[in-house]
Design a protein. Structure first.
Length: 336
């Protein structure tokens, strides 16, 4: 009690009086403001205990706390759960990630949320879209595309341009995954020069211009674009993106018939692989296998690696990657 009084800057007798009279005392407005400030500085657990005491006492929620709507401690827990969900997605633990995101999307009606709540709702939608995209759900009413569009609208309404641009980048990825290569390349080109994005995201957009063009057969131009993105990743000191860029360059060289450079660049990617998630491992193994299959001397190793990548894709529910692997396998068998 003495420490609390000292923290508030009041006498111990004042705090003793509050303790004795409990609900029968009403602090003066100036002192109420001091108490409100103390509550605002408290941690989430203290705020939760305070609100539970009010509820047990049958009293109405205090100013800033709304019955049936998120409280401040809800927002802190929500933010923590979004971080946990992102970590689960990084290792393709889709089931737990979906549970963490879904509990918040279902808990509160977005029409009753303030701007803080709407921001967290939009971030939850982005994570749900990422989950749907990674599982290959890119078309239809319950697809990544529709989820991203909802998040994009919210970020625009909230006037958060950086987040809105990041969602536009994700929508372009979905376009590329759906085979709409020209629209995806054009969107990537626009975002590569978009000041709303960070330097890293702009460089990723530039790299993806190259991947879309390479898939369309424009390999010579794609190599130039991706080579520039690779240099920019090195300048930005982004080792993971730099490694991925080498992987994509290797595939572009393979498609252009330059197996020497394809082997050289995939070797760099393999030597600089970071701590891998299942998704990263599948992508790198698939790219490596694709290159190995292009040479009869290494084709057996390529088939083995492709089978390994397919097994990992099946285990983690990576349906888009599995479809890509089957396409590579079918093309190889047809060529044979």
């Amino acid at each position: 009690m003495r420490a609390f009084a000292e923290d508030l800057g009041v006498g111990v007798r004042t705090v003793t009086k509050w303790e004795a009279l409990a609900a029968d005392t009403t602090p003066r407005p100036v002192m109420q403001a001091v108490l409100d400030t103390a509550l605002s500085r408290a941690d989430a657990d203290a705020k939760l205990r305070f609100e539970l005491l009010l509820m047990e006492d049958g009293r109405a929620p205090i100013r800033g706390y709304y019955q049936g709507s998120p409280r401040e401690w809800d927002y802190e827990t929500w933010t923590d759960d979004l971080g946990r969900a992102a970590a689960c997605l990084a290792r393709q633990d889709f089931k737990f990630a979906a549970s963490l995101v879904d509990r918040w999307l279902r808990r509160f009606d977005p029409h009753g949320l303030d701007n803080h709540g709407l921001y967290l709702h939009a971030r939850s939608l982005v994570l749900l879209g990422d989950l749907q995209r990674d599982q290959g759900d890119i078309q239809g009413p319950l697809s990544a595309r529709q989820t991203y569009k909802k998040a994009h609208q919210l970020f625009n309404d909230l006037d958060v341009p950086r987040r809105a641009a990041q969602v536009e980048l994700s929508l372009a990825v979905v376009e590329e995954m759906g085979g709409r290569l020209q629209p995806a390349a054009k969107r990537y080109e626009m975002l590569a020069d978009d000041g709303r994005l960070s330097a890293r995201d702009r460089t990723r957009a530039q790299l993806w211009v190259g991947t879309a063009l390479s898939k369309e057969g424009n390999n010579a131009y794609a190599v130039g674009v991706m080579d520039e993105a690779t240099r920019r990743f090195e300048e930005l000191e982004e080792p993971d993106d730099w490694s991925v860029a080498h992987q994509k360059l290797a595939l572009a060289y393979r498609a252009d018939g330059d197996l020497g450079n394809a082997v050289r660049f995939i070797g760099v990617a393999l030597s600089n692989r970071s701590t891998e998630s299942p998704m990263q491992r599948v992508r790198l193994d698939t790219a490596h296998a694709h290159i190995l299959l292009s040479d009869k001397a290494t084709s057996d190793s390529g088939v083995h690696l492709l089978t390994q990548a397919a097994a990992t894709s099946s285990k983690y529910g990576l349906s888009h990657q599995l479809a890509s692997i089957e396409g590579i396998r079918h093309a190889y068998e047809q060529a044979e």
